[in-house]
Write a protein that binds this ligand. Structure first.
Ligand code: PAF
Length: 284
């Protein structure tokens, strides 16, 4: 089935109506475009459990602060459509800013608690922008399931909470991070890295693995963090915004592994590019 490209909520509703009437399960993958193998993995996961898959490409202005990269964020619709066609997605929803934020729009969605730390502390506007756009996209698409990468782990938890609190009645399905062979998590922002930065970037994942090994051996974050930060600095990273062990559900800070599932998360700048990564850590 050829990929349909639609640009309005009305056209999307019309495209999905016959499938809804046939009782098809509709999966949704929200993206900001500049699609790569990580997005392809989200679509493949959606195709594995849904009859029809809608992918949105929308560079969402409300999740960027004025000093961030909204203007230079890569916009590659033709290549995105080619990738989606190849992977087998059914609909590409590429709305305008006015379609998502109609003139005079005054409503924002804010999730308390989970958003007040890490990414939310560094980028205070970010999660309200994400929650707001996801709420609007969910109401346009009305999917049975939505698929989010674990690469943006805090975002995944925030969206899951919003879906539960607002009763969207859809499943939020987590998809594991896709990595380059050297461990670097795939991200549209990797395109900003110079050749030298690209060579240094996998240090972020290596540091997570080293800290995770230390935690499994019984060490505490307080003891492991200084060496980890030094390794990042030696590779050319700035002081990390955070390098934290957190409860995998509540994001409560932890110093050591205990019986509950935990997540190790990091964010640091390499030159002008801010990279984030995270891994699950479990007691051995
Ligand atoms: O992860 C992203 O690409 C974005 O934050 C999302 C979920 C598409 C919302 O704009």
């Amino acid at each position: 089935m050829a990929l349909s490209i639609v640009r309005t909520a009305a056209a999307l509703r019309a495209a999905l109506a016959p499938w809804r009437r046939e009782g098809r399960r509709i999966g949704f993958v929200p993206t900001m475009g500049a699609l790569h193998r990580g997005h392809a993995a989200l679509v493949e996961r959606a195709l594995a459990s849904c009859d029809r898959v809608v992918v949105s490409v929308f560079v969402n202005p409300t999740q960027f602060a004025p000093n961030e990269d909204f203007a230079r964020y890569p916009r590659t619709e033709a290549a995105d459509a080619a990738l989606l066609e190849r992977v087998g997605a059914h609909v590409l929803y590429a709305p305008s800013v006015e379609e998502i934020y109609p003139p005079g729009d005054a409503t924002r969605v804010t999730v308390a608690g989970l958003t007040e730390t890490m990414e939310g502390a560094i980028r205070p506007h970010f999660f309200t922008g994400v929650a707001t756009v996801c709420a609007r996209l969910f109401s346009h698409v009305q999917p049975e399931a939505a698929f989010f990468g674990e690469k943006d782990y805090q975002q995944l938890l925030v969206v899951r909470r919003m879906v539960r609190d607002l009763g969207f009645g859809l499943e939020v399905i987590a998809v594991p991070t896709v990595r380059e062979p050297d461990g670097l998590a795939l991200s549209s922002r990797n395109a900003y890295l110079s050749a030298a930065e690209r060579r240094a970037a996998p240090t972020l994942h290596r540091v997570l693995q080293t800290v995770a090994a230390g935690l499994r051996d019984g060490a505490a974050m307080a003891g492991l963090r200084p060496d980890a930060v030094r390794t990042l600095r030696d590779a050319g990273f700035a002081e990390p915004d955070y390098l934290d062990l957190r409860d995998a559900e509540t994001l409560a800070p932890l110093d050591r592994l205990d019986a509950a599932p935990a997540r190790l998360l990091v964010a640091a700048r390499l030159g002008a590019t801010r990279l984030i990564d995270n891994i699950a850590v479990q007691r051995a």
